[in-house]
Design a protein around this ligand. Structure first.
Ligand code: KG4
Ligand code: ZN
Length: 357
Protein backbone atom coordinates (compact mmCIF):
# COMPACT_ATOMS: atom_id res chain seq x y z
CA UNK A 1 0.00 0.00 0.00
CA UNK A 2 1.48 3.34 -1.06
CA UNK A 3 1.49 6.07 1.60
CA UNK A 4 1.57 9.79 0.83
CA UNK A 5 2.47 12.46 3.39
CA UNK A 6 0.58 15.63 2.46
CA UNK A 7 1.07 19.27 3.48
CA UNK A 8 -1.47 22.12 3.27
CA UNK A 9 -0.47 25.70 4.15
CA UNK A 10 -2.21 27.83 1.52
CA UNK A 11 -4.13 30.13 3.85
CA UNK A 12 -4.64 30.05 7.62
CA UNK A 13 -4.66 26.33 8.39
CA UNK A 14 -1.40 24.44 8.89
CA UNK A 15 -2.22 20.84 8.06
CA UNK A 16 -0.56 17.49 7.45
CA UNK A 17 -2.00 14.08 6.66
CA UNK A 18 -1.07 10.53 5.76
CA UNK A 19 -3.33 9.00 3.09
CA UNK A 20 -3.08 5.52 1.58
CA UNK A 21 -3.67 4.50 -2.02
CA UNK A 22 -7.26 3.38 -1.37
CA UNK A 23 -7.86 7.03 -0.33
CA UNK A 24 -8.21 6.00 3.30
CA UNK A 25 -7.07 8.78 5.60
CA UNK A 26 -4.62 7.34 8.14
CA UNK A 27 -4.25 10.70 9.93
CA UNK A 28 -5.32 14.29 9.42
CA UNK A 29 -4.00 17.06 11.65
CA UNK A 30 -5.19 20.65 11.23
CA UNK A 31 -3.86 23.57 13.30
CA UNK A 32 -6.22 26.46 12.75
CA UNK A 33 -4.89 30.00 13.01
CA UNK A 34 -8.42 31.47 13.31
CA UNK A 35 -7.75 32.87 16.79
CA UNK A 36 -4.66 34.76 15.53
CA UNK A 37 -6.64 36.51 12.79
CA UNK A 38 -9.94 37.01 14.63
CA UNK A 39 -9.23 40.55 15.82
CA UNK A 40 -8.61 41.61 12.20
CA UNK A 41 -11.81 39.88 10.91
CA UNK A 42 -9.74 38.36 8.10
CA UNK A 43 -6.46 36.60 7.40
CA UNK A 44 -3.32 38.76 7.78
CA UNK A 45 -0.79 37.24 5.31
CA UNK A 46 2.36 38.05 7.31
CA UNK A 47 0.94 36.59 10.52
CA UNK A 48 -0.19 33.50 8.58
CA UNK A 49 3.26 32.74 7.09
CA UNK A 50 5.01 33.14 10.43
CA UNK A 51 2.51 30.86 12.14
CA UNK A 52 3.01 28.20 9.42
CA UNK A 53 6.77 28.27 10.04
CA UNK A 54 6.21 27.72 13.78
CA UNK A 55 3.56 25.03 13.42
CA UNK A 56 4.49 22.94 10.41
CA UNK A 57 7.03 20.59 12.03
CA UNK A 58 4.88 19.77 15.10
CA UNK A 59 1.86 19.22 12.84
CA UNK A 60 3.87 16.88 10.56
CA UNK A 61 5.15 14.95 13.55
CA UNK A 62 1.60 14.57 14.89
CA UNK A 63 0.35 13.33 11.50
CA UNK A 64 3.06 10.63 11.38
CA UNK A 65 2.40 9.64 15.02
CA UNK A 66 -1.39 9.45 14.56
CA UNK A 67 -0.92 7.26 11.49
CA UNK A 68 1.52 5.04 13.42
CA UNK A 69 4.22 5.41 10.75
CA UNK A 70 7.67 6.95 10.40
CA UNK A 71 9.16 8.97 7.56
CA UNK A 72 10.75 5.75 6.25
CA UNK A 73 7.26 4.35 5.52
CA UNK A 74 6.32 7.31 3.30
CA UNK A 75 6.45 6.68 -0.46
CA UNK A 76 5.75 10.19 -1.79
CA UNK A 77 5.23 13.72 -0.53
CA UNK A 78 2.42 16.04 -1.67
CA UNK A 79 2.04 19.76 -1.15
CA UNK A 80 -0.59 22.37 -2.01
CA UNK A 81 1.37 24.82 -4.17
CA UNK A 82 -1.48 26.97 -5.56
CA UNK A 83 -3.66 29.04 -5.29
CA UNK A 84 -3.26 30.87 -1.99
CA UNK A 85 -1.16 33.35 -0.05
CA UNK A 86 2.28 33.14 -1.57
CA UNK A 87 4.20 33.47 1.71
CA UNK A 88 2.08 30.72 3.27
CA UNK A 89 2.35 28.38 0.28
CA UNK A 90 6.13 28.77 0.22
CA UNK A 91 6.44 27.42 3.77
CA UNK A 92 4.76 24.15 2.75
CA UNK A 93 6.57 23.94 -0.58
CA UNK A 94 10.01 24.46 1.00
CA UNK A 95 9.33 21.76 3.60
CA UNK A 96 7.99 19.30 1.00
CA UNK A 97 11.04 19.80 -1.22
CA UNK A 98 13.34 19.22 1.74
CA UNK A 99 11.57 15.92 2.63
CA UNK A 100 11.53 14.80 -1.00
CA UNK A 101 15.27 15.49 -1.29
CA UNK A 102 16.30 14.02 2.07
CA UNK A 103 14.18 10.85 1.71
CA UNK A 104 14.71 10.61 -2.07
CA UNK A 105 11.00 10.15 -2.74
CA UNK A 106 8.76 11.67 -5.45
CA UNK A 107 7.00 15.00 -4.90
CA UNK A 108 3.57 16.04 -6.18
CA UNK A 109 2.35 19.63 -6.29
CA UNK A 110 -1.39 19.94 -5.83
CA UNK A 111 -3.86 22.63 -6.83
CA UNK A 112 -5.83 23.40 -3.65
CA UNK A 113 -9.12 23.85 -5.55
CA UNK A 114 -8.77 20.52 -7.35
CA UNK A 115 -8.09 18.94 -3.97
CA UNK A 116 -11.34 20.38 -2.56
CA UNK A 117 -13.08 18.48 -5.38
CA UNK A 118 -11.40 15.24 -4.26
CA UNK A 119 -12.33 15.62 -0.57
CA UNK A 120 -15.67 13.82 -1.12
CA UNK A 121 -13.84 10.71 -2.38
CA UNK A 122 -11.85 10.24 0.85
CA UNK A 123 -12.49 7.34 3.22
CA UNK A 124 -14.73 5.44 0.75
CA UNK A 125 -17.02 2.87 2.35
CA UNK A 126 -17.11 -0.75 1.21
CA UNK A 127 -20.05 -0.19 -1.13
CA UNK A 128 -18.64 2.95 -2.77
CA UNK A 129 -18.84 2.70 -6.57
CA UNK A 130 -15.54 2.81 -8.51
CA UNK A 131 -14.43 6.44 -8.87
CA UNK A 132 -14.51 6.48 -12.68
CA UNK A 133 -18.23 5.54 -12.71
CA UNK A 134 -19.06 8.86 -11.00
CA UNK A 135 -17.96 10.96 -13.97
CA UNK A 136 -18.77 13.02 -16.01
CA UNK A 137 -19.80 15.23 -13.12
CA UNK A 138 -20.62 18.79 -12.27
CA UNK A 139 -18.07 20.19 -9.82
CA UNK A 140 -18.96 22.89 -7.29
CA UNK A 141 -16.33 24.69 -5.21
CA UNK A 142 -17.69 26.90 -2.43
CA UNK A 143 -14.91 28.25 -0.24
CA UNK A 144 -13.57 31.41 1.37
CA UNK A 145 -11.65 32.33 -1.78
CA UNK A 146 -13.56 30.60 -4.59
CA UNK A 147 -17.05 29.97 -5.90
CA UNK A 148 -17.15 28.10 -9.19
CA UNK A 149 -18.94 25.44 -11.20
CA UNK A 150 -16.97 23.01 -13.36
CA UNK A 151 -17.62 20.29 -15.86
CA UNK A 152 -15.46 17.32 -14.85
CA UNK A 153 -15.01 14.51 -17.37
CA UNK A 154 -12.87 12.65 -14.85
CA UNK A 155 -11.44 13.53 -11.42
CA UNK A 156 -8.26 15.05 -12.86
CA UNK A 157 -9.98 17.13 -15.50
CA UNK A 158 -12.10 20.21 -14.94
CA UNK A 159 -13.39 22.93 -17.23
CA UNK A 160 -14.75 26.03 -15.55
CA UNK A 161 -18.33 26.88 -16.52
CA UNK A 162 -18.78 29.87 -14.20
CA UNK A 163 -17.30 31.61 -11.17
CA UNK A 164 -17.88 34.61 -8.95
CA UNK A 165 -17.42 38.07 -10.44
CA UNK A 166 -16.95 39.65 -6.98
CA UNK A 167 -16.99 38.05 -3.51
CA UNK A 168 -16.61 34.31 -2.95
CA UNK A 169 -19.57 32.81 -1.08
CA UNK A 170 -17.47 32.11 2.05
CA UNK A 171 -16.24 35.70 1.97
CA UNK A 172 -19.89 36.85 1.85
CA UNK A 173 -20.71 34.65 4.88
CA UNK A 174 -17.70 36.07 6.74
CA UNK A 175 -18.51 39.70 5.87
CA UNK A 176 -22.18 39.33 6.78
CA UNK A 177 -21.10 37.75 10.07
CA UNK A 178 -18.92 40.78 10.77
CA UNK A 179 -21.85 43.10 9.95
CA UNK A 180 -23.95 41.11 12.44
CA UNK A 181 -21.23 41.39 15.11
CA UNK A 182 -20.34 37.67 15.07
CA UNK A 183 -16.84 36.26 15.48
CA UNK A 184 -14.48 35.38 12.59
CA UNK A 185 -14.65 33.08 10.65
CA UNK A 186 -18.33 33.81 10.49
CA UNK A 187 -19.65 31.09 8.17
CA UNK A 188 -20.20 28.51 10.93
CA UNK A 189 -21.63 31.22 13.24
CA UNK A 190 -24.25 32.23 10.63
CA UNK A 191 -25.10 28.57 10.10
CA UNK A 192 -25.73 28.14 13.86
CA UNK A 193 -27.66 31.39 14.27
CA UNK A 194 -29.80 30.77 11.18
CA UNK A 195 -31.29 27.67 12.83
CA UNK A 196 -33.18 29.98 15.24
CA UNK A 197 -34.24 32.51 12.59
CA UNK A 198 -37.12 32.97 10.14
CA UNK A 199 -35.61 32.63 6.67
CA UNK A 200 -38.55 34.52 5.12
CA UNK A 201 -38.21 37.57 7.39
CA UNK A 202 -36.25 39.44 4.69
CA UNK A 203 -36.39 39.11 0.94
CA UNK A 204 -32.69 39.61 0.18
CA UNK A 205 -31.73 39.64 -3.53
CA UNK A 206 -30.51 36.48 -5.28
CA UNK A 207 -28.26 37.77 -8.05
CA UNK A 208 -28.56 35.59 -11.16
CA UNK A 209 -26.81 37.95 -13.66
CA UNK A 210 -27.59 37.45 -17.39
CA UNK A 211 -30.22 34.79 -18.24
CA UNK A 212 -27.66 32.17 -19.34
CA UNK A 213 -24.86 33.19 -17.02
CA UNK A 214 -23.28 30.55 -14.79
CA UNK A 215 -21.31 33.19 -12.91
CA UNK A 216 -22.07 34.31 -9.36
CA UNK A 217 -22.28 37.67 -7.63
CA UNK A 218 -22.62 38.06 -3.87
CA UNK A 219 -21.74 41.71 -3.32
CA UNK A 220 -25.32 42.99 -3.83
CA UNK A 221 -26.60 40.50 -1.27
CA UNK A 222 -23.92 41.56 1.21
CA UNK A 223 -24.76 45.26 0.71
CA UNK A 224 -28.49 44.58 1.22
CA UNK A 225 -27.69 42.95 4.55
CA UNK A 226 -25.44 45.89 5.48
CA UNK A 227 -28.26 48.40 4.81
CA UNK A 228 -30.79 46.24 6.67
CA UNK A 229 -28.56 46.16 9.76
CA UNK A 230 -27.19 49.72 9.71
CA UNK A 231 -29.82 51.67 7.78
CA UNK A 232 -29.19 53.74 4.65
CA UNK A 233 -25.83 55.53 4.86
CA UNK A 234 -25.48 59.31 4.74
CA UNK A 235 -22.60 60.59 2.64
CA UNK A 236 -21.34 64.10 3.60
CA UNK A 237 -21.77 66.77 0.92
CA UNK A 238 -18.62 66.94 -1.18
CA UNK A 239 -17.74 63.31 -0.40
CA UNK A 240 -16.08 61.60 2.54
CA UNK A 241 -16.84 58.65 4.77
CA UNK A 242 -20.45 57.42 4.86
CA UNK A 243 -22.11 57.29 8.27
CA UNK A 244 -24.80 54.81 9.24
CA UNK A 245 -27.87 55.28 11.45
CA UNK A 246 -27.31 52.21 13.66
CA UNK A 247 -25.30 48.97 13.97
CA UNK A 248 -25.69 45.34 14.96
CA UNK A 249 -25.80 46.16 18.69
CA UNK A 250 -29.24 47.72 18.09
CA UNK A 251 -30.65 44.37 16.94
CA UNK A 252 -32.41 41.87 19.19
CA UNK A 253 -31.16 38.27 19.12
CA UNK A 254 -34.24 37.29 17.13
CA UNK A 255 -33.68 40.04 14.56
CA UNK A 256 -30.07 38.94 14.17
CA UNK A 257 -31.12 35.31 13.68
CA UNK A 258 -33.79 36.33 11.12
CA UNK A 259 -31.21 38.26 9.08
CA UNK A 260 -28.75 35.35 9.24
CA UNK A 261 -31.43 32.85 8.11
CA UNK A 262 -32.70 35.10 5.29
CA UNK A 263 -29.16 35.80 4.07
CA UNK A 264 -28.30 32.10 4.13
CA UNK A 265 -31.47 31.24 2.17
CA UNK A 266 -30.54 33.78 -0.55
CA UNK A 267 -26.87 32.71 -0.72
CA UNK A 268 -27.77 29.02 -1.02
CA UNK A 269 -30.50 29.79 -3.56
CA UNK A 270 -27.90 31.50 -5.78
CA UNK A 271 -25.94 28.24 -5.83
CA UNK A 272 -28.86 25.91 -6.57
CA UNK A 273 -30.25 28.18 -9.31
CA UNK A 274 -26.87 28.19 -11.07
CA UNK A 275 -26.57 24.42 -10.73
CA UNK A 276 -30.01 24.06 -12.37
CA UNK A 277 -28.77 26.19 -15.25
CA UNK A 278 -25.48 24.30 -15.51
CA UNK A 279 -27.28 20.98 -15.64
CA UNK A 280 -29.46 22.20 -18.52
CA UNK A 281 -26.29 23.00 -20.45
CA UNK A 282 -24.56 19.72 -19.61
CA UNK A 283 -27.41 17.20 -19.25
CA UNK A 284 -25.38 13.96 -19.29
CA UNK A 285 -23.81 14.41 -15.83
CA UNK A 286 -23.78 11.46 -13.41
CA UNK A 287 -22.87 13.25 -10.18
CA UNK A 288 -22.44 16.52 -8.39
CA UNK A 289 -19.01 16.75 -6.74
CA UNK A 290 -18.87 19.42 -4.04
CA UNK A 291 -16.02 20.85 -1.96
CA UNK A 292 -14.77 23.86 0.02
CA UNK A 293 -15.44 25.28 3.46
CA UNK A 294 -19.02 26.36 2.73
CA UNK A 295 -19.92 22.76 1.83
CA UNK A 296 -20.09 22.34 5.63
CA UNK A 297 -23.15 24.62 5.65
CA UNK A 298 -26.19 22.68 6.85
CA UNK A 299 -28.70 24.43 4.58
CA UNK A 300 -26.47 24.04 1.51
CA UNK A 301 -25.98 20.34 2.27
CA UNK A 302 -29.70 19.67 2.56
CA UNK A 303 -30.60 21.70 -0.55
CA UNK A 304 -27.87 20.01 -2.59
CA UNK A 305 -29.24 16.64 -1.45
CA UNK A 306 -32.75 17.58 -2.73
CA UNK A 307 -31.29 19.02 -5.95
CA UNK A 308 -29.42 15.77 -6.63
CA UNK A 309 -32.50 13.70 -5.76
CA UNK A 310 -34.72 15.50 -8.24
CA UNK A 311 -31.98 15.68 -10.89
CA UNK A 312 -31.00 12.02 -10.53
CA UNK A 313 -27.39 12.83 -9.68
CA UNK A 314 -25.13 11.09 -7.17
CA UNK A 315 -24.06 13.63 -4.55
CA UNK A 316 -20.36 13.43 -3.67
CA UNK A 317 -19.74 15.79 -0.78
CA UNK A 318 -16.99 15.75 1.84
CA UNK A 319 -17.51 14.54 5.37
CA UNK A 320 -17.64 17.59 7.64
CA UNK A 321 -14.00 17.30 8.70
CA UNK A 322 -12.83 17.43 5.07
CA UNK A 323 -14.89 20.50 4.06
CA UNK A 324 -12.65 23.21 5.44
CA UNK A 325 -8.97 23.30 4.52
CA UNK A 326 -7.12 20.11 5.41
CA UNK A 327 -4.21 18.08 4.09
CA UNK A 328 -6.12 14.80 3.63
CA UNK A 329 -7.70 16.16 0.44
CA UNK A 330 -4.19 17.13 -0.79
CA UNK A 331 -2.99 13.57 -0.15
CA UNK A 332 -6.10 12.06 -1.78
CA UNK A 333 -5.70 14.16 -4.90
CA UNK A 334 -1.98 13.33 -4.99
CA UNK A 335 -2.83 9.61 -5.12
CA UNK A 336 -5.02 10.22 -8.18
CA UNK A 337 -2.15 12.07 -9.86
CA UNK A 338 0.40 9.45 -8.81
CA UNK A 339 -1.77 6.69 -10.34
CA UNK A 340 -1.90 8.76 -13.54
CA UNK A 341 1.92 9.05 -13.49
CA UNK A 342 1.82 12.84 -13.00
CA UNK A 343 4.94 13.48 -10.90
CA UNK A 344 6.65 16.85 -10.47
CA UNK A 345 10.28 17.81 -10.77
CA UNK A 346 11.39 19.09 -7.36
CA UNK A 347 13.98 21.37 -8.96
CA UNK A 348 11.39 23.36 -10.88
CA UNK A 349 8.37 22.98 -8.58
CA UNK A 350 7.28 26.36 -7.27
CA UNK A 351 4.35 28.04 -5.50
CA UNK A 352 1.86 30.33 -7.27
CA UNK A 353 -0.81 32.64 -5.84
CA UNK A 354 -3.29 31.88 -8.64
CA UNK A 355 -4.97 28.65 -9.70
CA UNK A 356 -3.98 26.72 -12.81
CA UNK A 357 -7.47 27.10 -14.32
O1 KG4 B 1 -12.19 25.98 2.02
P1 KG4 B 1 -11.92 26.88 3.17
O2 KG4 B 1 -11.53 26.25 4.49
O3 KG4 B 1 -10.80 27.91 2.82
C1 KG4 B 1 -10.60 28.42 1.54
O4 KG4 B 1 -10.04 27.67 0.69
O5 KG4 B 1 -11.04 29.55 1.33
O6 KG4 B 1 -13.22 27.77 3.36
C2 KG4 B 1 -13.31 28.68 4.42
C3 KG4 B 1 -14.67 29.35 4.34
C4 KG4 B 1 -14.82 30.51 5.31
O7 KG4 B 1 -15.33 31.61 4.59
C5 KG4 B 1 -15.84 29.98 6.32
O8 KG4 B 1 -16.62 31.01 6.92
C6 KG4 B 1 -16.68 29.08 5.46
O9 KG4 B 1 -15.73 28.41 4.64
N1 KG4 B 1 -17.47 28.11 6.24
C7 KG4 B 1 -18.82 28.10 6.28
C8 KG4 B 1 -19.19 27.07 7.16
N2 KG4 B 1 -18.04 26.47 7.63
C9 KG4 B 1 -16.99 27.12 7.03
N3 KG4 B 1 -19.73 28.89 5.66
C10 KG4 B 1 -21.01 28.64 5.90
N4 KG4 B 1 -21.45 27.68 6.74
C11 KG4 B 1 -20.59 26.87 7.38
N5 KG4 B 1 -21.03 25.91 8.21
ZN1 ZN C 1 -9.83 25.85 0.69
Amino acid sequence: MTLILAIESSCDETAASVVDSSLRVRSSVVASQAALHAEYAGVVPEIASRAHVERLMPVLRAALNDAGVTLQDINAIAVANRPGLIGSLLVGVAAAKAFSFALDIPILSIDHIEAHLTAGLLDPDENAPPINTLYPALGLVVSGGHTAIYRMDEPLHRERLGSTIDDAIGEAFDKVATILGLTYPGGPEIDKLAKHGNDRAHDFPVSLLAPNSLDFSFSGLKTSVLYEVRGTPTVPEGGGKATFQRDSTDLTDQQRADIAASFQRAAVRAITRKLERALKETPSMRSLVVGGGVSANSRLRSELASFCDTSNLTLIQPEMRYCIDNAAMIGGHAHLRLKAGELDDRNTLTAAPTGAR
